[in-house]
Write a protein that binds this ligand. Structure first.
Ligand code: BEZ
Length: 253
């Protein structure tokens, strides 16, 4: 997905994205592992965390805006610009890690992503990842759909949120052995009084293609109002996140 990011705001106000990534890193089996690719590395915060753990860490991302921040913040690390569904590394790695990225990629391209990851791994290498799973942000997307429909506009869901069964099946078809998979709710606090408005404004882009600024803003406000009862508690906004977290191995016996 070719999106322009407000990289500074993303880094400042949505730091929970990489903070939660630390839990995903714990799933990596570090023994005898030296190299890792952070697939969809964004601002490089987790690439750096992986490097701090002693791994030779590189990052790959499609966004020049985020890669600029990554390169400036961690000049000692290597970052590549590339497409997760069409990349080749100069050398194979022990681990491919990915946090909060795969839901941005269309379902039709997921097999291409997994083939690239499989090819990038050494034998017995691990693919450790988390992203939005089935039911992710269901309340937010439903409120947006209603706000669009009220204006006789169609809301096209821009993300891929699979079940464990669906994703494990894709992994197995690619040749991976799935050794760990969970789907869990993780309501996530959003920063500030306008936390939900800001979240939608930052992350929901393509459904608004062609809409002018005022209409976009009106629709977001409308959706936020509809969500107040469910996602605003004790003075704080929450996003209704559901995560799918997996570890899959390039099994060569
Ligand atoms: C997520 O991390 O689940 C997510 C973030 C932004 C948009 C959609 C999903």
């Amino acid at each position: 997905m070719d999106l322009k990011w407000n990289a500074d705001k993303y880094t400042q106000d949505f730091s929970f994205v990489h903070e939660y990534g630390n839990d995903v890193i714990k799933l990596i089996d570090m023994e005898n592992r030296t190299s890792v690719l952070d697939l969809g590395c964004g601002n490089g915060a987790l690439t750096n965390r992986l490097a701090e753990l002693g791994l030779n860490a590189t990052g790959l991302d499609a966004s020049p805006e985020l890669l600029k921040i990554a390169g400036e913040t961690y000049p000692e690390l290597t970052f590549y610009q590339g497409d997760a569904s069409d990349f080749t590394l100069p050398e194979k790695v022990d681990i491919v890690f990915s946090n909060a990225v795969l839901h941005w990629i269309a379902e039709e391209k997921q097999t291409d992503v997994l083939r690239c990851v499989y090819r990038a791994l050494k034998d017995n290498g691990q693919f450790v990842f988390e992203f939005g799973g089935c039911g992710n942000n269901v309340l937010i997307h439903e409120a947006l759909r209603q706000a669009f429909t009220d204006r006789e506009l169609a809301y096209k869901m821009p993300f891929y949120f699979p079940t464990i069964g669906e994703y494990a099946s894709l992994l197995e078809k690619t040749g991976f052995k799935v050794v760990y998979a969970v789907l869990f709710d993780r309501p996530t606090e959003l920063k500030g009084d306008d936390g939900l408005y800001d979240w939608i404004d930052m992350f929901i882009k393509t459904p608004f293609d062609g809409a002018d600024k005022e209409v976009r803003s009106e629709i977001i406000s409308d959706a936020v109002e509809r969500l107040k009862e469910k996602l605003y508690r004790e003075g704080k906004w929450y996003s209704d996140y559901v995560r799918i977290r997996c570890k899959a191995v390039k099994d060569k016996g």
